[in-house]
Design a protein around this ligand. Structure first.
Ligand SMILES: Nc1ncnc2c1ncn2[C@@H]1O[C@H](COP(=O)(O)OP(=O)(O)OP(=O)(O)O)[C@@H](O)[C@H]1O
Length: 367
Protein backbone atom coordinates (compact mmCIF):
# COMPACT_ATOMS: atom_id res chain seq x y z
CA UNK A 1 0.00 0.00 0.00
CA UNK A 2 1.06 3.60 -0.31
CA UNK A 3 0.05 7.05 0.84
CA UNK A 4 -0.94 8.99 -2.25
CA UNK A 5 -1.32 12.39 -0.63
CA UNK A 6 -1.44 14.15 2.74
CA UNK A 7 -3.22 17.27 3.92
CA UNK A 8 -2.17 18.92 7.18
CA UNK A 9 -3.83 21.92 8.82
CA UNK A 10 -2.40 23.39 12.04
CA UNK A 11 -0.53 20.15 12.66
CA UNK A 12 2.60 20.98 14.71
CA UNK A 13 4.57 23.47 12.55
CA UNK A 14 2.55 22.74 9.38
CA UNK A 15 -0.12 25.42 9.01
CA UNK A 16 -1.48 24.29 5.66
CA UNK A 17 0.17 21.55 3.67
CA UNK A 18 -1.00 19.65 0.61
CA UNK A 19 1.48 17.04 -0.47
CA UNK A 20 1.46 14.44 -3.22
CA UNK A 21 3.83 11.57 -2.48
CA UNK A 22 5.75 9.26 -4.78
CA UNK A 23 4.63 5.61 -4.83
CA UNK A 24 8.14 4.43 -3.99
CA UNK A 25 10.95 6.46 -2.42
CA UNK A 26 10.33 9.92 -0.92
CA UNK A 27 13.29 11.74 0.57
CA UNK A 28 12.73 14.79 2.79
CA UNK A 29 15.79 16.91 3.42
CA UNK A 30 15.92 19.71 5.94
CA UNK A 31 17.97 21.22 8.73
CA UNK A 32 17.19 20.39 12.35
CA UNK A 33 13.80 21.41 13.74
CA UNK A 34 12.17 22.11 10.35
CA UNK A 35 9.38 19.50 10.60
CA UNK A 36 10.81 16.25 9.20
CA UNK A 37 9.76 14.06 12.12
CA UNK A 38 6.46 15.94 12.36
CA UNK A 39 5.65 14.83 8.83
CA UNK A 40 6.38 11.16 9.57
CA UNK A 41 4.37 11.50 12.77
CA UNK A 42 1.32 12.70 10.81
CA UNK A 43 1.46 9.57 8.62
CA UNK A 44 1.89 7.35 11.67
CA UNK A 45 -1.18 8.95 13.29
CA UNK A 46 -3.22 7.94 10.23
CA UNK A 47 -2.18 4.35 10.82
CA UNK A 48 -2.89 4.01 14.55
CA UNK A 49 -4.79 7.13 15.63
CA UNK A 50 -1.90 7.92 17.97
CA UNK A 51 1.52 9.50 17.81
CA UNK A 52 4.80 7.62 18.25
CA UNK A 53 6.31 10.49 20.23
CA UNK A 54 3.57 11.64 22.61
CA UNK A 55 0.59 10.18 24.45
CA UNK A 56 -1.08 13.58 24.53
CA UNK A 57 -2.95 14.27 21.29
CA UNK A 58 -3.10 18.01 22.07
CA UNK A 59 0.69 18.23 21.67
CA UNK A 60 0.19 17.80 17.94
CA UNK A 61 -2.03 20.90 17.56
CA UNK A 62 -0.11 23.96 16.46
CA UNK A 63 0.86 26.04 19.51
CA UNK A 64 -1.25 28.99 18.37
CA UNK A 65 -4.37 27.05 17.32
CA UNK A 66 -7.13 25.02 18.95
CA UNK A 67 -7.72 22.41 16.27
CA UNK A 68 -5.66 20.32 13.99
CA UNK A 69 -6.52 18.25 10.90
CA UNK A 70 -4.67 15.37 9.26
CA UNK A 71 -5.96 13.82 6.06
CA UNK A 72 -4.40 11.06 3.98
CA UNK A 73 -5.41 9.10 0.93
CA UNK A 74 -4.18 5.52 1.09
CA UNK A 75 -4.13 3.20 -1.90
CA UNK A 76 -3.55 -0.52 -1.51
CA UNK A 77 -3.92 -3.82 -3.34
CA UNK A 78 -7.57 -4.06 -2.36
CA UNK A 79 -8.36 -0.72 -0.82
CA UNK A 80 -8.71 2.94 -1.47
CA UNK A 81 -9.20 4.86 1.77
CA UNK A 82 -9.38 8.42 2.90
CA UNK A 83 -8.41 8.77 6.54
CA UNK A 84 -9.21 12.02 8.35
CA UNK A 85 -8.35 12.91 11.92
CA UNK A 86 -9.45 16.03 13.79
CA UNK A 87 -7.80 16.88 17.09
CA UNK A 88 -9.36 19.57 19.25
CA UNK A 89 -8.01 21.07 22.50
CA UNK A 90 -11.42 20.84 24.14
CA UNK A 91 -13.17 17.92 22.47
CA UNK A 92 -12.45 14.22 21.91
CA UNK A 93 -10.50 13.35 18.79
CA UNK A 94 -12.61 12.46 15.73
CA UNK A 95 -11.58 9.94 13.11
CA UNK A 96 -13.26 9.34 9.76
CA UNK A 97 -12.55 6.63 7.23
CA UNK A 98 -14.05 7.30 3.80
CA UNK A 99 -16.15 10.07 5.40
CA UNK A 100 -17.68 7.71 7.99
CA UNK A 101 -16.89 8.41 11.61
CA UNK A 102 -15.31 5.51 13.53
CA UNK A 103 -15.47 5.13 17.27
CA UNK A 104 -12.16 3.77 18.33
CA UNK A 105 -8.53 3.76 17.17
CA UNK A 106 -8.87 -0.01 16.93
CA UNK A 107 -11.06 0.29 13.84
CA UNK A 108 -8.33 2.31 12.16
CA UNK A 109 -5.74 -0.45 12.52
CA UNK A 110 -5.09 -2.22 9.25
CA UNK A 111 -6.25 0.69 7.07
CA UNK A 112 -2.69 1.92 6.74
CA UNK A 113 0.17 -0.29 7.88
CA UNK A 114 3.46 1.40 8.67
CA UNK A 115 6.84 0.40 10.00
CA UNK A 116 8.86 3.20 11.61
CA UNK A 117 12.59 3.10 12.14
CA UNK A 118 14.07 6.01 14.10
CA UNK A 119 17.18 6.54 16.28
CA UNK A 120 14.92 6.23 19.34
CA UNK A 121 14.26 2.58 18.45
CA UNK A 122 17.59 1.74 20.09
CA UNK A 123 15.58 1.94 23.29
CA UNK A 124 13.99 -1.39 22.33
CA UNK A 125 17.34 -2.99 23.14
CA UNK A 126 18.72 -0.56 25.70
CA UNK A 127 15.75 0.22 27.92
CA UNK A 128 13.62 -1.92 30.21
CA UNK A 129 11.04 -4.62 29.40
CA UNK A 130 8.14 -2.16 29.04
CA UNK A 131 9.81 -0.63 25.97
CA UNK A 132 10.02 -4.08 24.35
CA UNK A 133 6.43 -4.93 25.33
CA UNK A 134 5.22 -1.63 23.81
CA UNK A 135 7.08 -2.45 20.62
CA UNK A 136 5.52 -5.90 20.14
CA UNK A 137 2.08 -4.69 21.24
CA UNK A 138 2.14 -1.95 18.61
CA UNK A 139 3.21 -4.33 15.88
CA UNK A 140 0.79 -7.15 16.70
CA UNK A 141 -2.07 -4.63 16.90
CA UNK A 142 -1.41 -3.60 13.29
CA UNK A 143 -1.80 -7.16 12.14
CA UNK A 144 -4.54 -8.19 14.56
CA UNK A 145 -6.77 -5.32 15.76
CA UNK A 146 -8.47 -7.69 18.25
CA UNK A 147 -5.16 -7.96 20.09
CA UNK A 148 -5.29 -4.26 21.10
CA UNK A 149 -8.84 -4.75 22.36
CA UNK A 150 -7.78 -7.73 24.51
CA UNK A 151 -4.76 -5.89 25.80
CA UNK A 152 -6.84 -2.91 26.94
CA UNK A 153 -9.28 -5.27 28.62
CA UNK A 154 -6.46 -7.16 30.36
CA UNK A 155 -4.95 -3.90 31.65
CA UNK A 156 -8.31 -2.83 33.09
CA UNK A 157 -8.72 -6.13 34.95
CA UNK A 158 -5.14 -5.94 36.20
CA UNK A 159 -5.75 -2.42 37.49
CA UNK A 160 -8.90 -3.54 39.32
CA UNK A 161 -7.17 -6.61 40.78
CA UNK A 162 -4.27 -4.48 42.04
CA UNK A 163 -6.71 -2.05 43.69
CA UNK A 164 -8.46 -4.95 45.36
CA UNK A 165 -5.14 -6.37 46.59
CA UNK A 166 -4.27 -3.02 48.16
CA UNK A 167 -7.64 -2.87 49.96
CA UNK A 168 -7.25 -6.43 51.16
CA UNK A 169 -4.18 -5.49 53.18
CA UNK A 170 -6.64 -3.79 55.54
CA UNK A 171 -9.73 -5.86 54.95
CA UNK A 172 -9.82 -9.50 53.85
CA UNK A 173 -13.55 -9.75 53.25
CA UNK A 174 -13.40 -9.33 49.43
CA UNK A 175 -11.15 -12.31 48.92
CA UNK A 176 -13.69 -14.17 46.75
CA UNK A 177 -13.51 -11.31 44.20
CA UNK A 178 -9.86 -12.11 43.59
CA UNK A 179 -10.88 -15.53 42.23
CA UNK A 180 -13.13 -13.83 39.67
CA UNK A 181 -10.32 -11.52 38.58
CA UNK A 182 -7.92 -14.47 38.38
CA UNK A 183 -10.21 -16.28 35.94
CA UNK A 184 -10.75 -13.16 33.80
CA UNK A 185 -7.06 -12.32 33.75
CA UNK A 186 -6.10 -15.86 32.78
CA UNK A 187 -8.70 -16.01 30.00
CA UNK A 188 -7.60 -12.83 28.28
CA UNK A 189 -3.96 -13.02 29.36
CA UNK A 190 -3.48 -16.42 27.73
CA UNK A 191 -4.70 -15.02 24.39
CA UNK A 192 -2.13 -12.23 24.68
CA UNK A 193 0.61 -14.74 25.52
CA UNK A 194 -0.19 -16.92 22.51
CA UNK A 195 -0.18 -13.97 20.09
CA UNK A 196 3.09 -12.66 21.51
CA UNK A 197 4.75 -16.08 21.31
CA UNK A 198 3.65 -16.49 17.68
CA UNK A 199 4.78 -13.00 16.70
CA UNK A 200 8.19 -13.26 18.40
CA UNK A 201 8.80 -16.65 16.83
CA UNK A 202 8.09 -15.19 13.38
CA UNK A 203 10.09 -12.02 13.86
CA UNK A 204 13.02 -13.98 15.27
CA UNK A 205 13.09 -16.31 12.26
CA UNK A 206 12.78 -13.52 9.72
CA UNK A 207 15.18 -11.06 11.38
CA UNK A 208 17.80 -13.81 11.78
CA UNK A 209 17.80 -14.31 8.00
CA UNK A 210 17.90 -10.58 7.27
CA UNK A 211 20.61 -9.94 9.85
CA UNK A 212 22.83 -12.65 8.34
CA UNK A 213 22.63 -10.82 5.01
CA UNK A 214 23.17 -7.35 6.48
CA UNK A 215 26.25 -8.50 8.40
CA UNK A 216 27.55 -10.74 5.58
CA UNK A 217 27.11 -13.84 7.63
CA UNK A 218 29.08 -12.54 10.59
CA UNK A 219 26.31 -12.16 13.14
CA UNK A 220 23.57 -14.41 14.37
CA UNK A 221 20.53 -12.54 15.72
CA UNK A 222 17.84 -14.25 17.79
CA UNK A 223 14.86 -13.16 19.89
CA UNK A 224 13.38 -15.15 22.73
CA UNK A 225 10.05 -14.57 24.40
CA UNK A 226 10.13 -14.57 28.22
CA UNK A 227 6.99 -14.85 30.31
CA UNK A 228 6.59 -15.89 33.93
CA UNK A 229 3.35 -17.75 33.13
CA UNK A 230 4.40 -20.71 30.93
CA UNK A 231 7.21 -22.23 28.87
CA UNK A 232 5.19 -23.76 26.04
CA UNK A 233 2.63 -21.96 23.95
CA UNK A 234 0.63 -24.55 22.04
CA UNK A 235 -2.36 -25.18 24.25
CA UNK A 236 -4.49 -22.22 25.39
CA UNK A 237 -6.32 -24.21 28.09
CA UNK A 238 -3.04 -25.36 29.57
CA UNK A 239 -1.83 -21.74 29.69
CA UNK A 240 -5.09 -20.56 31.28
CA UNK A 241 -5.02 -23.24 33.99
CA UNK A 242 -1.38 -22.75 34.84
CA UNK A 243 -1.93 -18.97 34.92
CA UNK A 244 -4.79 -19.33 37.47
CA UNK A 245 -2.75 -21.75 39.57
CA UNK A 246 0.24 -19.40 39.68
CA UNK A 247 -1.99 -16.42 40.58
CA UNK A 248 -3.48 -18.45 43.44
CA UNK A 249 -0.10 -19.66 44.67
CA UNK A 250 1.23 -16.13 44.69
CA UNK A 251 -1.71 -14.45 46.38
CA UNK A 252 -0.07 -13.85 49.79
CA UNK A 253 2.87 -12.10 48.22
CA UNK A 254 0.58 -10.13 45.88
CA UNK A 255 -1.52 -8.86 48.83
CA UNK A 256 1.62 -7.90 50.72
CA UNK A 257 2.97 -5.90 47.79
CA UNK A 258 -0.42 -4.69 46.51
CA UNK A 259 0.48 -5.70 42.98
CA UNK A 260 0.22 -8.71 40.63
CA UNK A 261 3.46 -10.55 39.98
CA UNK A 262 2.33 -13.18 37.49
CA UNK A 263 1.12 -12.32 33.98
CA UNK A 264 2.01 -10.98 30.53
CA UNK A 265 2.30 -7.45 31.97
CA UNK A 266 5.71 -8.64 33.19
CA UNK A 267 6.80 -10.22 29.87
CA UNK A 268 10.10 -9.45 28.19
CA UNK A 269 12.04 -10.38 25.05
CA UNK A 270 15.70 -11.37 25.15
CA UNK A 271 17.61 -10.17 22.10
CA UNK A 272 20.85 -12.05 21.45
CA UNK A 273 23.64 -11.35 18.97
CA UNK A 274 25.97 -14.32 18.46
CA UNK A 275 24.31 -15.94 21.48
CA UNK A 276 25.24 -13.15 23.89
CA UNK A 277 22.85 -10.71 25.47
CA UNK A 278 22.76 -7.67 23.14
CA UNK A 279 21.66 -5.19 25.82
CA UNK A 280 24.85 -5.72 27.82
CA UNK A 281 27.45 -6.82 25.32
CA UNK A 282 26.65 -5.48 21.84
CA UNK A 283 28.23 -2.28 20.51
CA UNK A 284 26.00 0.68 19.62
CA UNK A 285 26.48 -0.13 15.90
CA UNK A 286 25.56 -3.79 16.44
CA UNK A 287 22.46 -2.80 18.38
CA UNK A 288 21.42 -0.37 15.67
CA UNK A 289 21.86 -3.01 12.97
CA UNK A 290 19.90 -5.55 15.01
CA UNK A 291 16.99 -3.10 15.23
CA UNK A 292 17.23 -2.47 11.49
CA UNK A 293 16.96 -6.23 10.86
CA UNK A 294 14.00 -6.49 13.24
CA UNK A 295 12.23 -3.60 11.49
CA UNK A 296 12.80 -5.12 8.04
CA UNK A 297 11.49 -8.43 9.39
CA UNK A 298 8.34 -6.57 10.43
CA UNK A 299 7.91 -5.41 6.84
CA UNK A 300 8.02 -9.07 5.75
CA UNK A 301 5.55 -10.18 8.41
CA UNK A 302 3.03 -7.47 7.52
CA UNK A 303 3.38 -8.36 3.84
CA UNK A 304 2.74 -12.02 4.66
CA UNK A 305 -0.23 -11.37 6.95
CA UNK A 306 -1.89 -8.55 5.02
CA UNK A 307 -0.93 -9.51 1.48
CA UNK A 308 0.37 -6.00 0.92
CA UNK A 309 3.53 -4.10 1.87
CA UNK A 310 3.41 -1.54 4.69
CA UNK A 311 4.77 1.99 4.26
CA UNK A 312 8.28 2.30 5.69
CA UNK A 313 9.10 5.49 7.62
CA UNK A 314 12.80 6.11 8.25
CA UNK A 315 13.52 9.04 10.53
CA UNK A 316 17.07 10.28 10.14
CA UNK A 317 18.67 6.87 10.43
CA UNK A 318 20.80 6.89 7.29
CA UNK A 319 23.69 8.88 8.70
CA UNK A 320 23.94 6.35 11.52
CA UNK A 321 24.54 3.41 9.18
CA UNK A 322 27.72 2.60 7.30
CA UNK A 323 27.83 2.45 3.48
CA UNK A 324 27.29 -1.31 3.22
CA UNK A 325 24.27 -1.23 5.46
CA UNK A 326 22.77 1.70 3.59
CA UNK A 327 23.19 -0.26 0.36
CA UNK A 328 21.38 -3.17 1.92
CA UNK A 329 18.52 -0.87 2.89
CA UNK A 330 18.24 0.51 -0.64
CA UNK A 331 17.81 -3.03 -1.90
CA UNK A 332 14.97 -3.54 0.59
CA UNK A 333 13.14 -0.43 -0.70
CA UNK A 334 12.39 -1.55 -4.21
CA UNK A 335 8.98 -3.06 -3.46
CA UNK A 336 7.46 -0.60 -1.01
CA UNK A 337 6.75 3.06 -0.39
CA UNK A 338 9.47 4.51 1.79
CA UNK A 339 9.51 7.93 3.38
CA UNK A 340 12.97 8.97 4.47
CA UNK A 341 14.12 12.06 6.32
CA UNK A 342 17.66 13.29 6.38
CA UNK A 343 19.54 16.43 7.35
CA UNK A 344 22.17 15.88 4.75
CA UNK A 345 22.06 15.35 1.01
CA UNK A 346 25.33 13.36 1.11
CA UNK A 347 23.50 10.61 2.94
CA UNK A 348 21.43 9.79 -0.08
CA UNK A 349 24.08 8.96 -2.71
CA UNK A 350 23.20 5.28 -2.50
CA UNK A 351 19.68 6.12 -3.58
CA UNK A 352 20.75 7.39 -7.01
CA UNK A 353 19.42 4.40 -9.00
CA UNK A 354 16.03 4.49 -7.28
CA UNK A 355 12.70 5.70 -8.54
CA UNK A 356 12.28 8.61 -6.13
CA UNK A 357 11.19 12.14 -5.33
CA UNK A 358 13.22 14.58 -3.24
CA UNK A 359 11.58 17.30 -1.14
CA UNK A 360 13.17 20.07 0.89
CA UNK A 361 11.59 21.05 4.19
CA UNK A 362 11.98 24.53 5.60
CA UNK A 363 10.11 25.59 8.71
CA UNK A 364 6.89 23.66 8.08
CA UNK A 365 6.87 24.30 4.34
CA UNK A 366 7.81 21.92 1.58
CA UNK A 367 9.80 23.51 -1.22
N1 LIG B 1 2.53 21.78 18.54
C1 LIG B 1 3.43 22.47 17.83
N2 LIG B 1 3.12 23.64 17.26
C2 LIG B 1 4.00 24.35 16.53
N3 LIG B 1 5.27 23.94 16.31
C3 LIG B 1 5.64 22.76 16.86
C4 LIG B 1 4.74 21.97 17.63
N4 LIG B 1 5.42 20.86 18.05
C5 LIG B 1 6.66 20.96 17.56
N5 LIG B 1 6.81 22.10 16.84
C6 LIG B 1 8.00 22.59 16.15
O1 LIG B 1 8.41 21.64 15.19
C7 LIG B 1 9.83 21.72 15.06
C8 LIG B 1 10.44 20.33 15.22
O2 LIG B 1 10.04 19.56 14.18
P1 LIG B 1 10.62 18.11 13.97
O3 LIG B 1 10.74 17.41 15.26
O4 LIG B 1 9.83 17.51 12.89
O5 LIG B 1 12.10 18.47 13.49
P2 LIG B 1 13.07 17.71 12.52
O6 LIG B 1 13.08 18.44 11.22
O7 LIG B 1 12.78 16.27 12.50
O8 LIG B 1 14.43 18.02 13.27
P3 LIG B 1 15.68 17.09 13.68
O9 LIG B 1 16.50 16.98 12.43
O10 LIG B 1 16.34 17.96 14.69
O11 LIG B 1 15.17 15.83 14.23
C9 LIG B 1 10.36 22.59 16.16
O12 LIG B 1 10.68 23.84 15.59
C10 LIG B 1 9.18 22.71 17.11
O13 LIG B 1 9.15 23.94 17.77
Amino acid sequence: MYVDNIRLINFRNYMNLKLKLHKKVNIFIGKNAQGKTNLLESIYVCSSGKSFRTNVDRDMINFKKNQSYIGAKVIGEHLDKTIEIKIDRNKPKRIKVNKLEIERNKELYGGLNVVVFSPEDLRIIKDGPSERRDFIDREISQIKPMYRYNLNKYNKILFQRNNLLKNMRMNEKNKHLVDIFNIQMAKIGSKIIIERAKFIEKISRSSKRIHKNVTRGEENLSLKYKTNVVDSFNDILYIENLFIKKLENNIKDDILKGTTKIGPHRDDIDIFINNVYSKTYASQGQQRTAILSIKLAEVDIIKEEKNDYPVLLLDDVLSELDKDRRKFLVHAFKDLQTIITSTDIIDIKEFDPLNKKIFHIDNGEIL
